[in-house]
Design a protein around this ligand. Sequence first.
Ligand SMILES: [Fe+2]
Ligand SMILES: [Fe+2]
Length: 134
Amino acid sequence: MSFQWSEDISVNVRRFDYQHQKLLELFDQIGEQISHCSEFSDFDYLFEELREYANYHFQSEEKVLKDANYPHIGKQIIHHNNFLKKIDEFRGKFACDKDFIGDDVKIFLRNWFYHHVKTVDKQYGDFLNALDIF
Ligand SMILES: [Fe+2]
Ligand SMILES: [Fe+2]
């Protein structure tokens, strides 16, 4: 299972498309480690990196949307917080059982990301473009 960015998930704001591509790269690295049954320390490092980058991306979106008085920012924040909470849960499970949930992680990342970008992030594209933010 690999994580691909393509034009059909573009949100039409360059910096956020770029950040989504970076997130997908991190998902891919985690997927690779899961496939190769890597050491716990590798997973923990990748989860930390993913959490940090995801948090950076979410804060970037939320700041731009807040400054633009975007009306649907509440939904963004709820989705973003749920993602971070789930990542923390996965990290906690790795800590007590490293044989676990590789597929759960990959399925969650895939489902959450494509659903969020296609249904929630894509909504802000037209709104920001109308304010000359591309
Ligand atoms: Fe978002
Ligand atoms: Fe996003």
